[in-house]
Design a protein around this ligand. Sequence first.
Ligand code: F6P
Length: 331
Amino acid sequence: MFKSFKQYLTELKCAGTIDAELSLLLEAVASLSKDINDKVRHGELVGVLGTAGTDNIQGEQQKKLDVISNEIFVNGVQWTGSIAGMASEEMDHCLPTPQQFQRGQYLIMFDPLDGSSNIDINAPIGTIFSITRAPATVDEVTDESFLNKGREQVAAGYIMYSPQTILTLTVGEGVDMFTLNNNTGEYLQTRSKVTIAPQTQEFAINMSNQRHWEAPVQRYVGELLAGKTGPIGKDFNMRWVAAMVAEVHRVLCRGGIFMYPKDNRDPSKPGKLRLMYEANPMAFLIEQAGGVATNGHENILDIQPEKLHQRVAVFLGAKEEVERVTAYHKN
Ligand code: F6P
């Protein structure tokens, strides 16, 4: 007998782990993810494939599904009375909770549709979210209100749209997973207290960027490729799904290391992934599962954000390997 997400949240509330506002917010996220899931599953039949004809603040072409998912997310959480505002990878600035809705004590940040390049080829994509407390002292939240270290997150997770739709969540007490029953529309708990083995023989990196990497990453990946006869002394396998949600899900399920290092091509971009919408929530999940997440120099959760759409290098997963590549950066 699987436990429903509703029961799971109720138990956390009764135990005093989360309050009613956070519980309602998490329920709202689970609920809106079913609407996004519905669009994803029907694709061309409901006209959601292809580009939207607009760019986001980072100059990336938005897909129709990016824009639709963003709208579903905003509408799905703004009424809850749980949030003082939200920030999205797809919106230039934060959105304080509109006047007609009650303001709550939390902030939510999200990437409504991660892995956009997978949309049109029916490969895994996802939604990522991160929740912190709102500053109690300001009347209306601004972009600055969101610039908190990842350690201050009270909850984070993702929903992965793939053969199965899976919601993965941490509220700071381990990592749990819920599978959507498409017949009943209910998320049911299928994994609890997921842990990542400290050792691994699997890595994920976009090898096509190799010539742009810095020396520590060149060295580390060179050693992985050298296999048994190299300094690490074991053979590694490689995977690349091109959606962070799917890479992190694989690492949580069977271990491994995922890397998106700094790229020398554009010095204004210290990495590709976004700190607030991607790296922080994923780092919270990874640490809660016993793994490590760094930018090569410090733990991602300890980085003081300077701007909402900040990018960051990411090395996450199996403790032994993330520590190895981080040590190479220190050398
Ligand atoms: O949001 C950025 C993202 O789509 C991640 O989900 C994914 O890990 C990465 O970009 C894929 O990058 P690339 O296009 O280099 O394969």
